[in-house]
Write a protein that binds this ligand. Structure first.
Ligand SMILES: [Zn+2]
Length: 649
């Protein structure tokens, strides 16, 4: 496969203007950064303690005590720095720059003389460094350090954290590559692989990419490294649930290039698949490209929720089998959908194919946005498609499902992952290569960039949901030709194009309409299609959705909440041929997304107050109201359901 050079433009040159998304991108700088800063420093009242900054102070020898919190809690600070870097790059949250630099100094003081950084092992058990690859998360934490360092360097030019990260990466290179102490070891939680690819891009050092490739190459060989390593831990085991550990859990059951199905822990899988796509592109590795395509197809055609959520099993947060998509007890971790966005973005960069962005869009517009409260200070870790708050009980198999967003988590991966995704949202909207600018998401925004020596500007105004229309103002300071590639989303029907007021029929290539731009000054491209609310059914093999329908409007899945429809939502029915009529946005929700009104039915079984009785079914007419799933649980909490019973003709 010919190597493509599709990459993201600089974040500082992208401004999100969309009413819904700009609400979320602005709260990252205004609320998330300050809120998460307080949490990391354990000074946010009524919130689970993080111990994160304290752990670094102890590791640096500046405070007494032992490490507290999860073994990978260092990553909460790294992700905060990464998120802040994206804000700083756009000129936001500048008042937190001094805090970040104070933290970078602290991290460098916590770094050991050989380059090692990990507060859990440095403080609590220095004799067990590099012994527990399956549970210890040292390489995972190093990955987030590297990602933060690259982002901070790009945003500010400050090299200090990058130097810390490179020293650690150099140590890992010596220990883990051929001839090193741990040449057969692979990470128990992938992440460092994709981070090393970023570090290689940022520094120009090929050895970091080689190390990423090495980590993929040693994974899943016949030595069953991770399972053996876990058995060797004896009394030093960290996670009790790993009693049921198997090679599939961390995708080490087969070499990555031979894997055909998305298996195991969903976040680990997404981070590894993302790295595979990066490595495949950099090294022109066709076997890896083929496995990425197979894995993507299995993931999105057989194992993904309509909301872009992934991970069907609450237990061990993992994939199960094709078409097993239960709606109330699944996992659908926010981080896993962030990972799906990362994988899809890389597949599009690898292949130049726009259709990968369909699933990226589903994940973003549904599960990732649902993961954060409209106010920005509460989060879902698990994203159900059906909630009955009464049975979300601790000590049961539903304990992982929370009916309301939580202020923080002992394992706090999701809030920080959502934050860094929203702070860098522009990377999912635009991409470019030597001669093209790609528009991948219809989120109103502005871009300035250089293409072939010309300074160009794009102003994207999207009214896709209200009237199926997109307007793009294109400016260029030279008559240098370039192409604009605009993704045709799968839900946009019959798109027609006007270029400077004249109808055109552009070539459609890999899911993009290709428009040649060849003159300076401002030009106008309009795309007009139809987008209407749409009922969806699932494949007959999805048992959980048998006889059910879900409502979508463009990429947005809609849901029915108790606040609008009363309790007992599983008793509601609608016909797949009924009209869903857009109505005024629900009060108190951000953006201006319409509600959808449906004439439906409510079932009465005739059993009354008895637990069981003879059926005497009766359907009565009711008006149902649906709101975007992304915005659920931002009003009075209660029941929620995505899949309604279908009135079958
Ligand atoms: Zn998470």
């Amino acid at each position: 496969m010919k190597q493509k050079n599709i990459h993201s433009p600089a974040f500082k040159r992208i401004t999100v203007t969309d009413p819904l998304f700009s609400h979320y991108t602005s709260i990252v700088a205004e609320k998330l950064i300050p809120y998460q800063w307080n949490v990391l420093n354990d000074c946010e009242p009524d919130t689970e303690k993080s111990f994160c900054v304290a752990n670094f102070r102890i590791a640096a020898g500046e405070m007494e005590g032992s490490h507290r919190g999860m073994v990978f809690s260092d990553t909460d600070l790294y992700k905060w720095i990464e998120t802040l870097a994206y804000c700083l790059e756009r000129g936001e949250a500048l008042e937190y720059k001094a805090h970040a630099e104070e933290m970078i100094e602290l991290i460098s003081r916590a770094q050991e003389s050989d380059g090692y950084v990990n507060t859990y092992f440095s403080v609590n058990c220095p004799d067990r460094k590099w012994t527990n690859f399956t549970e210890g998360h040292e390489l995972y934490s190093a990955g987030h350090l590297i990602e933060a360092a690259v982002a901070y360097f790009h945003a500010t030019g400050n090299r200090h954290l990058l130097e810390v990260a490179c020293r650690f990466a150099d140590l890992i290179y010596i220990k883990f590559t051929s001839g090193g102490e741990f040449e057969n070891a692979c990470p128990g939680h992938q992440e460092i692989e994709l981070a090393l690819m970023k570090l290689s891009d940022c520094t120009g050092e090929k050895k970091y990419a080689d190390l990423a490739r090495h980590f993929l190459a040693v994974r899943g060989n016949s030595s069953r490294f991770l399972e053996k390593n876990l058995r060797d831990q004896g009394r030093n085991r960290i996670f009790p649930e790993f009693a049921d550990y198997d090679a599939r859990y961390a995708q080490s059951h087969l070499p990555p290039a031979e894997q055909t199905t998305a298996e195991g822990h969903a976040v680990r899988a997404m981070y590894m698949f993302s790295a595979m796509a990066d490595v495949a592109r950099t090294y022109g590795d066709d076997a890896l490209v083929e496995s990425c395509v197979r894995l993507w197809n299995n993931l999105t055609q057989k194992r993904m929720y309509i909301t872009g959520g992934i991970g069907s099993s609450g237990y061990l947060e993992r994939f199960t089998v094709d078409y097993d998509l239960p709606n109330d007890r699944m996992y659908c971790e926010s981080c896993a959908s962030v990972g799906l966005m990362m994988f899809g973005q890389r597949m599009a960069a690898l292949t130049g194919d726009a259709t990968y962005y369909d699933a990226v869009e589903l994940a973003l517009c549904n599960t990732v946005l649902a993961g954060i409260a409209a106010e920005g200070d509460k989060y879902f870790y698990v994203n159900p498609l059906e909630v009955w708050p009464d049975n979300c009980l601790t000590g049961t198999s539903m304990a992982h499902v929370k009916p309301v967003r939580q202020p923080w988590f002992a394992c706090a991966c999701c809030p920080a992952n959502i934050a860094r995704t929203l702070a860098s949202l522009g990377q999912y909207i635009y991409a470019q290569d030597e001669k093209s600018v790609y528009i991948n998401q219809y989120i109103s925004s502005e871009l300035c960039s250089d293409v072939r020596g010309a300074e160009i500007s794009i102003k994207l105004h999207s009214d896709l949901l209200t009237d199926g229309k997109i307007q793009i103002l294109i400016g260029s300071d030279k008559s240098q030709p370039f192409t604009l590639r605009i993704r045709i989303p799968s839900y946009l029907k019959n798109p027609a194009f006007l270029f400077n007021g004249k109808a055109i029929t552009p070539v459609i290539e890999n899911g993009y309409a290709v428009i040649a731009i060849s003159r300076e000054g401002e030009q106008v491209l309009e795309m007009q299609g139809s987008v209407a609310p749409n009922w969806m059914a699932a494949n007959a093999k999805v048992r959980a959705d048998a006889g059910k329908i879900a409502l979508m409007y463009g990429p947005y899945v809609y849901c029915f909440e108790e606040a609008d429809n009363g309790s007992g939502l599983p008793l509601l029915y609608a016909s797949g041929s009924s009209c869903a009529v857009p109505d005024a946005p629900a009060e108190g929700l951000p953006g201006s997304m319409p509600t959808l009104v449906v004439q439906g039915k409510r079932l009465d079984s005739g059993v009354g107050d008895a637990l069981y009785g003879s059926p005497s079914f009766r359907l009565s007419d009711v008006e149902l109201k649906a709101v975007p799933y992304a915005l659920w649980c931002n009003r009075t909490p209660g029941e929620m359901i995505v899949w309604l019973n279908a009135v079958v003709p």
